[in-house]
Design a protein around this ligand. Structure first.
Ligand code: ZN
Length: 292
């Protein structure tokens, strides 16, 4: 799931936490512009919800969910009117009724059922009211994920019953900058050792620390891509392609997955008010200096 959410660290953090603490809401609203990865994130989250291990990627539940064939994961998308295949695709009342019917049944394979309503803002005018009824009496062992562009795209009565997860638009320029900044910081700390590390961590502001953690998260993803021979155009910072390929030679896949885990822990820490200086000190000493 983390892979699908590599460039949405905030959403990733919220959802992995829900899974790890087993505090999954009845309904989620994934809110963000098209192209921000909200639908693939919804699918990845659904797969994690039907896997007994929270999304191991290897079991039967995970494999079925990944190919869209899991009997407990239902994707609802706008469809043209039955009488006119060329008509405007909308989410229709009968689809909501069908959701309600399926949600009242027991899961077939997994511990819960998941319904994803993609482009939920395209409901016909009579659908939100029916859907609200389902949300008001949440069916047992059911998680509903609605995907929509803005919080105003559906009535507030619906949104207020969903845990909101925000997806930010891809900002390629800022993302590339953050990767470049982290690469430079790693080199600086490697050259200067513990002294530079301390100087760069002390009195760092929370926002700056968050940006660096996000940048490192993206860099780790780029290094995984570079190590698998992906072209530079797929990297967050394509113009740093050569430096990223050089850097990737220093790491194994497992180590890079470890870096992503560290970034997640650092994000969690910052959210729980661990000092940004301490967070950066630990993260940089592990990643730049490979301290245990
Ligand atoms: Zn699994």
């Amino acid at each position: 799931m983390l892979e699908a959410l590599a460039d949405q660290p905030r959403a990733a953090q919220l959802l992995t936490r829900a899974l790890e603490s087993d505090r999954v809401a009845h309904a989620y609203a994934f809110i963000g512009p098209p192209g921000s990865g909200r639908t693939s994130a919804a699918k990845a989250f659904a797969a994690a919800l039907v896997c007994a291990k929270g999304g191991c990627g290897a079991c039967r539940d995970c494999r079925l969910a990944a190919t869209g064939q899991h009997p407990d994961v239902h994707l609802i998308v706008p469809t043209p009117p039955p009488s006119n295949p060329k008509g405007t695709p909308l989410i229709r009342l009968d689809q909501i009724h069908e959701l309600e019917r399926k949600a009242s049944l027991r899961p077939l394979m997994a511990a819960r059922k998941v319904f994803i309503i993609d482009d939920a803002e395209r409901m016909t005018p009579d659908s939100p009211q029916a859907f609200l009824k389902t949300l008001e009496e949440p069916p047992a062992r059911t998680v509903i994920i609605i995907v929509l562009p803005t919080a105003r795209a559906l009535p507030a009565t619906i949104l207020s019953r969903c845990q909101r997860v925000r997806f930010v638009p891809h900002d390629d320029g800022a993302a590339a900058e953050s990767v470049t900044a982290v690469l430079a910081l790693l080199e600086e700390v490697r050259a200067g050792g513990g002294e530079v590390l301390l100087r760069r961590s002390q009195r760092i502001e929370r926002a700056k620390a968050e940006a660096l953690v996000d940048g490192l998260w993206r860099l780790a993803r780029d290094l995984l891509l570079a190590a698998s021979g992906a072209p530079a155009t797929l990297l967050t910072a394509p113009d740093r392609g050569a430096a990223i390929v050089r850097e990737s030679a220093r790491w194994t896949t497992d180590e890079l997955l470890g870096v992503i885990r560290l970034c997640r822990e650092a994000r969690d820490g910052l959210l729980r008010n661990v000092s940004p200086g301490l967070t950066m000190e630990v993260l940089l000493s592990r990643v730049a200096l490979r301290a245990a």
